[in-house]
Design a protein around this ligand. Sequence first.
Ligand code: ATP
Ligand code: MG
Ligand code: MG
Ligand code: MG
Length: 478
Amino acid sequence: MQTHEIHSRFLEHFRSTGHTVVPSASLILDDPTLLFVNAGMVQFKPYFLGDAPAPYPRATSIQKCVRTGDIDEVGKTTRHNTFFQMAGNFSFGDYFKEGAMEHAWKLLTSSVAEGGYGIDPERLWVTVYEHDTESAALWRNTTGIDPARIQVRGAEDNYWDMGVPGPGGPCSEIYYDRGPAYGVEGGPNVDEDRYIEIWNLVFMQDIRGEESPKKGAPLLGELPTKNIDTGMGVERVACLLQGVENVYETDLVRPVIAKAEELSGRRYGANHEDDVRFRVIADHARSGVMLVGDGVTPGNEARGYVLRRLLRRIVRSTRLLGVQEPVLGEFTQVVRDAMAPAYPELRTDFERIDSVIRNEEEAFLTTLTAGSKIFDVAVADTKKSGASQLPGAKAFQLHDTYGFPIDLTLEMASEQGLSVDEHGFRELMGEQRRRAKEDAKARKTGHGDLSTYRTLLDQHGTTEFIGYTDLESQSRVL
Ligand code: ATP
Ligand code: MG
Ligand code: MG
Ligand code: MG
């Protein structure tokens, strides 16, 4: 079953049961607690928090999500993307636990002819929160699941809150057993590779205080109205329904791997190290396009830095596959073709997206070769001296002069069996920031705020390595 079908069946199931279909919010919302939208519930937060009345009792959406915390998992586990789509259904004081369980189970296990995903219910497992006294029985009653496939979990995994006083509640997760070829028997508590998490149901029923119940703090009471927030991983379901090995081989991601195979002349599936690179490229290319599509531009701070890191990791991974030429433009087109049916703005806005991404690559390529030479010498020196840590000053030089995000240096160093003096690096960064601030203050002579120019320069592909002097002279030209 193709992804567009997974989307449409999801929305149709919930539309036909009284849920208002709400479009995905942008990846960037004005929410100081989040760099990127990372779950379907984010755009509904005001309703859950009681800051605004919900305009509908039930809603459903397929939300674009980015989880940068999962970046190191990408390509190595079978199931973590940096960009993924979370399909969800939400109840604002309407149905509660049983309703959420019934809906999820019905969509997953109804036959394809009936509009479902046709998953064998015998393959599904669920987890319940250890202090949630009713959910195990509700699962049995609503779905008939064998109690042997219900597992109990602690707060770390199965209690949800927002990290601040407000709503909280137990979760129940649904897992799919991929079978003995994927790991050992015993349910998700034993093996999360064999038993893959596909859907999380959050039962918002509690009021938490300053401290989280995750840390043993008592609850302040029950919410006057109880809510449901669920999230199903579209890529994970696609992986299972398409019978492929991992989320990177699903229909909307795999075409980038094919393009990378074509460009490199290497074959996916031939060698483990290359395979991880192929998957990183495919995952990051998609995230990069989706982020630029939502208005992020590469930069040195916050969101821009995440984007820069993703794009530079693609370039480097492609180089490690033996490709020297610029590649991002090629990948961008493939991502557009795969994703535009669901996100048509990628087509209409393509020229802009493409140029932001190509410019970043151009800027990086100019310095990558030179930076890699400096890096190699530093590694050789470090090893010769018998040390196991690259000096912070080297990492700073690579960052400042060659535009190497620190994570790139960390990654490259770790491939060489070395660590990096991150503390020293951060001190130098801090010093530089202080100097730059003082500089900017001293030179505010009607040219406006430096950061504006920085954004402009970033958009036009000139990156940090030119240093502040050049930036200043260019800002005069601008
Ligand atoms: P995991 O334990 O596998 O990291 P999670 O518990 O962090 O997942 P939730 O926060 O419960 O995930 O998100 C709801 C659903 O979104 C998950 O059940 C999963 O199907 C999907 N999902 C979460 N993170 C990712 C990701 N990085 N890539 C693809 N799908 C994801
Ligand atoms: Mg996770
Ligand atoms: Mg989990
Ligand atoms: Mg979860």
